[in-house]
Each structure stands twice: as C-alpha cells, then as structure tokens.
Design a protein around this ligand. Structure first.
Ligand SMILES: Cc1ncc(COP(=O)(O)O)c(C=O)c1O
Length: 363
C-alpha cells in the first residue's frame, strides 16, 4: 500500500506547532506562578487566562469558563443548559462531533441547509414562525467545519433579530475565524449582540496547539458558574499548566505572530489543494474557503463519497464522509482537511484521490 495521506483530521501540521515557544512561555509561567499552577484550581480555569479572555471579549472574567478543549465546554453546556428532547438548530452539514453529541444527549435536531453565505436563516425564521422555536442554535460562522463557508454579515444581523423576537440561545463556535487568508473580517455574532442570549466558544487548538487542550466558553455569569460546578464535579480543575502557558503566550505578545505563521502555512496548503482539484472528476463542485482548515466538495451525480471511502483508503487516502456531518443524506459530499499535511502530500493525495473517483466513474 502507498504511504497513507490523511485529509481526515482537522489538526494543524507539525510546522504549526511551536515547541520552542511553548517551552519558553511554560518556563516563564512557572517562574512567576508555580505554586498556583501546580496546585488544584477552580473548575472555571486559570484566573489569569480568564482575565486575558475577558479582556478580549469585553466581559467580566466570571463569564469565562476555560475547558480542556472547547468540545468539552460544548458538552457541559448541553448537559447543563438543555434537556433531552430539546430542539437544537444546527447547520447542515455541521461539525460531526458536535452533531454526535446532540444525538447522544437525545436532542431533537433542526437541520438548516448550508448556502454559499452560511446557513439558511429564512428556514430558521419559518420554523420559529411555525412554532418550532429551538432552545439553542449552534453555529460555526467562520470557515465552518466542515463546509469552509462563512456566514454573511446580513445573515448574522437577521439571526440576531430572530434571537430578539424568539429568545433562543445561540452558541457561536469560532475556532477558525482568526485564520483568514483573504477577504474582510466580519464582526462576530457575540461581539455584535448586546443581550445575554448569545454565547461564544473558541479554542487554542487551531491557532496554537491542540495537545495543550485549551478551549473556553463565554456565557452569562450564572451559566459559567453552573458549568464550572459541573467541571469541578467531573475533574476538579482543568490542566492549569496548559492554561498558564497560553496566558503567558498571549500576555507576552506572541499570539498574533503565531496566528500569522499558522495562517501562512494554511494558505499554502489551501492553495495546493485548490490546485489539486484538477484531478477531481468533471462536475465535482467545490468552493475554496477563504480561511480555516477545510475544503468541502460534492461529487457529480452517480458517485458516492460514502461508497468510495474504502477504495480511497486502499489507495492510502482518508477523508471525512459528508454523511457524518448531516442528520441524513450527503452521500456525494466529503471533507478534505488540508491543515495537517504538507503541500507535497496534498498534491500527491489529490492525484491519488482523483484517480480513485475517476476510476469509479468509468467502471
Ligand atoms: C468547530 C469546532 N469546534 C470545536 C472543535 C473542538 O476543538 P477542541 O480541540 O478545542 O476541543 C473543533 C475541532 O475540530 C471544531 O472544528
């Protein structure tokens, strides 16, 4: 079998992981605050990092709950703010693990079709008008996982009007927004909204290092306190060393340069993958993303990315099946993460993948 090339994992490539920088900031954090870092903390996370994040988002530190990766904050939120059977609106497709957690927690799911400028806000308005008001809308507005799509400003504003009218919660999950290759930044939903119905979550997994497991969620104070209580029941306090390293990295002014470095690496990889689209069968539909980690594509009629997953694996290529990201359907779609591999591997992998798909077309 040829060397395996994985387009499946939404992880940063080795060049994006700055070991020396993490060693420096970790040593500096320990030099200044070893006793607190090496002791049990509170469930809510390392206070200096909560302050850094509160400052960034213009909120009180008590509104910031830092978790072992943002997926964990999402799960605590589901378990403590919602109940089984609650209606949760999601983009369709959406992040497969987020969808799976909704299913595991017995939520009723309202899928909202993805369009080129983000999810169908009119469909959400129609559902609400018909009495199907969700308890929560979960959205990944920038360079969405898996579609790479960004929610337009108009739709963000239309969504906020619906929040004002119907009073549902919104969770804005934005781990990719700072990794923009081109186009203008669009103000965030949380950043635009003055009320207390929109929550924000993000992570340092994509901009610094996933192995540190540092994510966070910004909520009203009472919610953050509830989530922190759930965390301390579960693991007492999170990994303070990781959180201290991130706080030090931000306070020492390294984050922006790191993000610029990662963005450049991702841009090269996105470009290599776009160049590799020539190998896809004619009729494959793909809109290259303007940032983030993922490219999403749909094979032409008659080809199933689901069915071709095994032949692709036999050729040493892994991708995420679109069907994992939808409640139902999506057999022709697939997600390619360019984030974790080199431009050379991308060129080679796209050629091999194109050959698998094209062979199926002619057979
Ligand atoms: C949209 C989205 N949210 C959350 C996560 C989870 O990230 P973390 O490593 O912070 O748990 C991911 C990881 O792929 C993601 O794509």
């Amino acid at each position: 079998m040829p060397d395996a090339i994985s387009f499946a994992r939404g992880a940063p490539c080795p060049e994006a992981l700055s070991g020396d920088l993490i060693a420096t900031v970790t040593a500096a954090a320990l030099a200044s605050d070893a006793t607190r870092i090496l002791s049990y903390g509170t469930g809510q996370g390392y206070p200096p990092l909560r302050e850094v994040l509160a400052h960034e988002h213009g909120v009180h530190p008590d509104q910031v709950f830092v978790t072992n990766g943002s997926l964990q904050g999402y799960v605590f939120m589901l378990e403590n703010l919602l109940s089984p059977g609650d209606l949760v609106a999601v983009e369709s497709p959406t992040y497969d693990r987020a969808l799976l957690q909704l299913q595991l927690h017995g939520m009723e799911i309202l899928p909202l079709a993805m369009q080129s400028d983000g999810f169908d806000v009119d469909a959400l308005a129609a559902a609400c008008a018909a009495g199907r008001v969700p308890k929560l809308l979960y959205t990944i507005p920038n360079f969405q996982n898996p579609s790479g799509t960004t929610l337009s400003q108009e739709k963000r504003l239309a969504l906020l009007e619906l929040v004002d009218t119907y009073g549902f919660w919104v969770l804005e999950d934005d781990p990719y927004g700072k990794l923009r290759f081109e186009g203008d930044h669009i103000p965030g939903i949380f950043a635009t909204y003055a009320g207390d119905k929109v929550m924000f979550t993000s992570s340092f997994s994509k901009t610094v290092a996933p192995g540190l497991r540092v994510g966070y969620i910004v909520t009203p104070k009472e919610v953050a306190a509830t989530l922190a209580a759930a965390a301390s029941r579960t693991y007492i306090s999170p990994s303070l060393l990781s959180e201290a390293a991130i706080a030090q990295l931000v306070n020492d002014g390294h984050l922006e340069a790191n993000i610029a470095h990662v963005t450049e690496l991702m841009r090269e990889r996105r470009d290599a993958m776009v160049a590799g689209l020539v190998h896809m069968p004619q009729g494959t539909v793909c809109t290259p993303p303007q940032g983030g980690f993922f490219m999403w594509a749909e094979l032409p009629e008659g080809l199933s990315a689901d069915a071709l997953f095994a032949p692709a694996a036999a050729a040493g290529i892994a991708y995420v099946k679109g069907t994992d990201c939808f409640l139902e359907g999506g057999e022709r779609t697939f997600r390619l993460a360019y984030s974790g591999v080199s431009p050379y591997e991308i060129a080679e992998g796209m050629e091999r993948l194109g050959a698998v798909f094209s062979a199926a077309l002619t057979s």
